[in-house]
Design a protein around this ligand. Structure first.
Ligand code: ASP
Length: 310
């Protein structure tokens, strides 16, 4: 694997191997007082974020540091991007300064692919940490890692992705990966928030949540991405919440074993009720924890490629 840009096209063997490596790393570090492996000593990892982030940026930084890489964080607001420098010039500057891997978040769909094209020659690896409404592959991998821990193998499991599908890179990456892992995916959203052509993604599309709940092994709630909305996609937050919010009554309709996921940040009271978010059925902090191990696995596959040195 040269770059990780999307889960579309990520084959079953590579996806499984990334998830298995994440699990091995998690077991290796479990209960250790000093969480530090020497695997990426001497390698330089740069996070380049043009959009806000808490979980993704921090967990990539922790992942790199736990593997002894030198991690440098660049944010658009505090770099020469603020002076008008182009993405290409910024990327070439980072490569020239010695970056072995650039982890990019950008509001434009396709930005990570462009970056990979420019950095190929320099031998710098690129990881997509979210490009516009397109993909967020490490989020889908950490979701799959969490679902595997809670449910075992995902083949034949039925998973609903609910909410603002139209603007969600998390939904797109999850559809591809979950299908590759053999799960059945059902998308639930108001018609205005279903992307054109979703019917051809090999998933079921539904507009009502309640009838789906008793059949699910997991439900993934999505944030309403107000920052990407130019127009009214539903009448009001209250009506959205009544129709699509995961409240206690809906939680009770899920089978006992079913897992609740949310990529964060959560809008408590809108797509998810506080009591549901904090219930033991929700795996939201487990997702964040697994995010570190999955991102370690990605860096390991890109930058090391030898045995995991304990
Ligand atoms: N954190 C996720 C993303 O960056 C989900 C979200 O922002 O709603 O796509």
């Amino acid at each position: 694997m040269r770059h990780l840009l999307s889960t579309e096209g990520l084959d079953l063997a590579t996806a499984t191997s990334l998830l298995d490596t994440a699990d091995t790393l998690k077991q290796t570090l479990l209960g250790r007082e000093v969480r530090k492996l020497p695997t990426l000593r001497g390698r330089t990892v740069v996070t380049l974020f043009y959009e806000n982030s808490t979980r993704t940026r921090v967990s990539f930084e922790v992942a790199g540091k736990w593997m002894s890489a030198d991690v440098i964080n660049v944010s658009a607001s505090s770099s020469s991007v603020g002076k008008g420098e182009s993405l290409r010039d910024t990327a070439l500057t980072l490569a020239a300064a010695g970056a072995d891997c650039v982890i990019i978040r950008h509001p434009a769909s396709g930005a990570a692919h462009r970056l990979a094209g420019w950095l190929d020659e320099a031998g710098t690896h690129v990881v997509n940490a979210g490009d516009g409404m397109h993909e967020h592959p490490t989020q889908a991998l950490l979701d799959a890692a969490t679902l595997r821990e809670r449910l075992g193998e995902l083949a034949g499991r039925r998973i609903a992705i609910v909410g603002d599908l139209l603007h969600s890179r998390v939904a797109r990456s999850n559809v591809h990966l979950l299908r590759t892992l053999g799960a059945e995916v059902v998308l639930v959203a108001p018609p205005t928030l279903v992307p054109t052509g979703a019917q051809h993604w090999g998933v079921e599309v539904r507009h009502e949540l309640d009838p789906e709940l008793p059949k699910l092994d997991a439900v993934m709630m999505l944030r309403v991405q107000a920052e990407r909305m130019h127009g009214a996609f539903f009448p009001s937050a209250r009506e959205y919440s009544v129709a699509y919010g995961l409240n206690q009554a809906r939680l009770d309709k899920l089978p006992e074993h079913a897992v609740v996921l949310h990529p964060g940040p959560m809008l408590r009271g809108m797509e998810i009720a506080p009591a549901v978010a904090d219930s033991p059925r929700a795996a939201i902090t487990q997702q964040v924890r697994n995010g570190v191990h999955v991102r370690m696995a990605v860096l390991y596959h890109l930058l090391a490629g030898e045995e995991i040195a304990a």
